[in-house]
Design a protein around this ligand. Structure first.
Ligand code: FES
Length: 207
């Protein structure tokens, strides 16, 4: 029985919550990605091959859209490490998806600098526009909205990362417009966003 008067016996706080990822379809790199993988591992000394785990997982994610147990197994075999080693990395980093996601993954930073600069309102504007809650994919399957921890650009909060593109100092109205632009223009709406922020900043400071 529990030692705590209000804590149920089956409380699971002390147990690992880790679950194995879905098996998913059979996975192996395409010939092109296998060649890229071989290029990547050459950057590391042979005894440090395991250090390529992040780019190796990115390759798998770009190929399949998300990471499955079969992708984990493939990466582990190629790097000569255990599945558990790879799973640890996948479960630690929020940028690895273990379920199918939309074509655009909208990551809204919710950590301190972004939080006090209005990240919550940005999330609300995006979620209202897409009729989803954080963590969900919209009905069209195009957008997935995630709340994530610090994206490393705290001086430009609030920050939103869409796939690999950054949008900094993003206010709620601009966030809603970004969704419209992505719908209308696709990937083209992502290009150059960082430079736009830089230019506006220079205009403000007169540099
Ligand atoms: S707190 Fe949002 S980027 Fe650091």
């Amino acid at each position: 029985m529990s030692f705590h008067p209000e804590m149920a016996y089956d409380a699971t706080f002390h147990k690992s919550a880790r679950q194995l990822e879905e098996e998913g379809p059979a996975f192996g790199y395409t010939a092109e990605n296998r060649a890229r993988f071989e290029e990547i591992v050459k950057r590391y000394p042979p005894e440090r091959r395991r250090s390529a785990v992040l780019p190796a997982l990115y390759l798998a994610q770009h190929q399949q859209g998300y990471i499955t147990a079969n992708a984990i197994r493939h990466v582990a075999e190629l790097l000569g490490i255990t599945r558990a080693d790879v799973e640890d990395v996948v479960s630690y980093y929020t940028m690895f998806y273990t379920k199918p996601v939309g074509r655009f993954v909208v990551n809204v930073c919710r950590t301190l600098s972004c939080a006090i600069n209005g990240a919550e309102r940005v999330t609300e504007a995006i979620c209202t526009k897409l009729a989803v809650r954080p963590g969900e994919t919209d009905a069209s399957g195009t957008f997935t909205v995630l709340e994530v921890e610090c994206l490393g650009a705290c001086d430009r909060a609030p920050v939103v990362m869409v796939n690999d593109a950054w949008h900094e100092n993003l206010q709620p109205e601009a966030a809603a417009k970004l969704i419209d632009d992505l719908r209308a223009r696709g990937e083209a709406a992502l290009s150059g966003c960082h430079h736009v922020v830089e230019r506006r900043k220079d205009e403000r400071t007169g540099d």
